[in-house]
Structure formats: C-alpha cells, structure tokens
Design a protein around this ligand. Structure first.
Ligand SMILES: Cc1ncc(COP(=O)(O)O)c(C=O)c1O
Length: 399
C-alpha cells in the first residue's frame, strides 16, 4: 500500500537549525500547522518550537492540545462562535480587515485575557510588495484579499491593537524578507514604532533550513527590528520545518502505450495526495526502488535498509520514458514525464521525494482512491504506522 514516510531524525535536524536561528536572533519560531499537522511528530518538534501558528479554530485547538506553547491565530475572517472560543486560549489573534476588527473589537476588549495582557490582538497588513513569481502563492497580487493595505489604516480606530503581521513570501531567501521589511517599514514604520505595538509577526515562506539560505542575514534583521522598534518578533515557517524530511512511496499498477506515450499508472494521485504538483506546479524528484546491491546512487529524503534508489531523469534522458499518472478519471492527474534506466513493471516501487509539507494536510478521497498510510521512520530504524485510513473513513467523510 502507498505511504507517506516521514523521517523523525530528518525532522529533528531541521528543528535544531530553526531553534538555533531563534536563539541567536531572539525571534519566536512557530510551526505553521497549515503546512504540517501530524501530531505524532510533535514530540520531536516541541523542544525546538515556541508554539504554532493556526489558520482558525481547528488548527488552534490542535496546537493547544498537542504542541502547547504559544498559539498565534490568523484567519481571513472569523465566525462569531470561533472567535469566542479562541478568546479563551489563543495568545495572538490577528485580524485581516478593518471591518472584522470593528465587528469583534468590543467583544475582544471586554475579555479578561485581553485585559490581563495574556492575549494580544493584531492586524495583518499588506506591504503591497511582491517578491514571488507564482500568483497563486502571492498575497501581494493586485486585488489580494489578504492583509490591510496602508491607506486603510489612516483614521482607523486602532485602540486595543498591539501587533502587526505580514506574510508575503513563499520558498524564499533572507534578502527577499529584508526587501519586504523595508517596503513594510516605509508604510507601517511609524505605527510599528508607536508604543502600542508590542509584536511583529513576519509570517512564513522563509526557506531557513535550505543549505544556501542566508541565516545570518535573517538573524541580523530580526535583531535590528527588536532593537529599533522594541517589539517581539515572531516567524511562522511551515515548510522549513519539514523540507526534505519525507517521501511518498507508491507502486506501479499498470504500464501501457497510448497515442505515442508510455504510461505508468501509480496507486497515488497528484490531485488527491500532492496537489501542489498540479497547482504550483511542482515537479518532484522521482526514484525507482532497487535492491541495495545495485547501489543505484539516488538520495531521497528517507532511505530504508535493503534498498537503493535509481534517480529518474527528464523525459528522454534515460532509455525508458513514462508519463506517471494517477488511477483517477481526471485527465490532468499526471505527476509528469520521467525517464528510467530500466523498464517499469507492475508492482515496482517508486519514491516521490520531499512530500511532507502541504501534502498530508491537503489530501482528499477523490475518486475513492485509497489514502496512503502515514508512517514514521524512527531513529532506531523501525517504522511506526500512525494512520491508516480505510473504506469506513471514505464513506463517513462523504455523509
Ligand atoms: C499567514 C501564513 N503564515 C505562515 C505560512 C507558512 O508558510 P511556509 O510554509 O511557506 O513557510 C503561510 C503559508 O501559506 C501563511 O499563509
């Protein structure tokens, strides 16, 4: 059966890097649950994370129940009952628009946790400064609904607001953050410097655990912001906690030729299990699993004893090219065209690399495709299966 296989030691390695950046810079490093919410792994991350950033009530509950520490919540809009419950346990609640803030201001300001300072309230602002190249992931595109543009703060009643939040990056370096902060500073610097503002949340999208990320530049920016503006700085990466920590293991179900293409149908779906492959679009590194004695040379994020991994090439690069497709009816449910050194056969195993973040949190039961199991490779080499969804889960979800 297909499975997401996450390496506990690899997760811990990323977590140590993030904790070191937090320690050197004085930033509070949160885990963005939207990227990764597998609670069975939280005991690994807990010693290194200051807490979590949640996109609403459900993630906030998950954070409080399973991670502990700081719970920062931001949602484009809150339902009344959701906001009421969040007031009882969140530490930051950030609002996305002036009307949302106006709607809930009195309720918030009356709350004992706000009055005691246990819960701080903030606004997500839009620096209107794009550094990304994919509009789907760019909160600063013209017409964006994410964050308050500078001109809307003029004359707004900000009594009770003590935090500012921006999130604009996606898989980006420290220089893009520095450039974004400078743009933010131009429009929001006066407010940031005012004594009422006690925290700045600089969102996620920081590729901090990638080898070429300039961590020193991030550390000096955070220090500068803390010293110049006297605020607490929060970072809330998601992907950086989990990049290169897990794979999706799939099997070949069928191989055939049609209309000039050789197809291999796998037991996983891009649409149902790794939608970024279609949305971003993202082309994963792919490996064919081979016996260890072949020493096939590939290095996916998770490797098992007794196996080696033959890297797939671009279409036409190696002798056997296949279009890797899903067992669904969606014509475009295709992972891509990949070439292999040896022909693929039914039952061959394939590894799709880097499949921890924004995969498990986004899966569906589209077409009734069985959901991959969720497994964790422990430091002693054992594998624990932490979730196996079956027909009953498929049936129940659909009502
Ligand atoms: C508000 C906010 N914070 C944090 C993140 C995490 O971003 P990443 O996983 O790219 O670090 C996101 C991602 O969309 C986000 O929207």
């Amino acid at each position: 059966m297909a499975s997401f296989l996450i390496s506990q030691p690899a997760l811990e390695q990323n977590a140590r890097v993030l904790a070191q950046v937090a320690q050197k810079s004085g930033a509070h490093m949160l885990l963005a649950l939207k990227a990764f919410s597998t609670t069975s792994c939280f005991s690994t991350l807990r010693p290194f994370a200051a807490g979590c950033c949640a996109s609403g009530l459900y993630e906030a509950r998950l954070a409080a129940q399973h991670m502990g520490g700081h719970v920062a919540v931001y949602s484009p809009a809150y339902r009344p009952a959701e906001l009421e419950e969040l007031l009882g346990f969140a530490h930051h609640i950030d609002f996305n628009s002036i009307p949302q803030w106006q709607r809930y201001r009195e309720q918030c300001l009356r709350h004992p946790r706000v009055q005691s300072g246990e819960l701080l309230l903030g606004l997500r602002v839009n620096p209107c400064f794009s550094t990304g190249h994919t509009p789907l992931y760019d909160p600063c595109v013209p017409g964006s609904r994410l964050g308050i543009p500078p001109e809307q703060l003029v004359g707004a009643d900000l009594t009770g607001i003590s935090g500012l939040h921006f999130h604009t990056l996606c898989e980006q370096g420290a220089q893009e953050l520095v450039d974004t902060f400078r743009a933010f500073e131009k429009n929001f610097g006066t407010l940031l410097a005012s004594p009422q503002i006690r925290y700045l949340n600089m969102g996620g999208g920081h590729w901090i655990t990638k080898p070429n990320y300039d961590r020193e530049a991030l550390i000096s920016l955070v220090r500068e912001v803390r010293e110049c503006y006297g605020v607490e700085v929060y970072l809330e990466p998601g992907e950086a906690w989990c990049v290169h920590t897990g794979v999706l293991r799939a099997r070949v179900l069928d191989v055939f030729e049609s209309l000039g293409y050789r197809h291999a149908i796998l037991d996983v779906s891009a649409s149902a299990h790794m939608p970024d492959v279609l949305e971003m679009p993202y082309r994963p590194d792919v490996y064919a699993v081979r016996p260890a004695e072949e020493q096939a040379g590939g290095t996916p994020a998770v490797q098992l004893p007794g196996e080696s991994y033959a890297p797939a090439g671009e279409a036409g690069e190696l002798p056997y090219t296949y279009r890797l497709g899903a067992p669904t009816c969606l014509a475009g449910d295709v992972i891509g065209d990949f070439s292999f050194a040896a022909p693929l056969q039914p039952d061959d195993e394939i590894v799709l690399d880097d499949m921890t973040h924004y995969t498990i949190v986004k899966t569906t039961h589209f077409n009734g495709v069985p959901h991959p199991a969720l497994q964790i490779l422990q430091p002693d080499g054992s594998i624990s299966t932490v979730c196996r969804l079956d027909y009953a889960d498929f049936e129940r979800r659909l009502g």
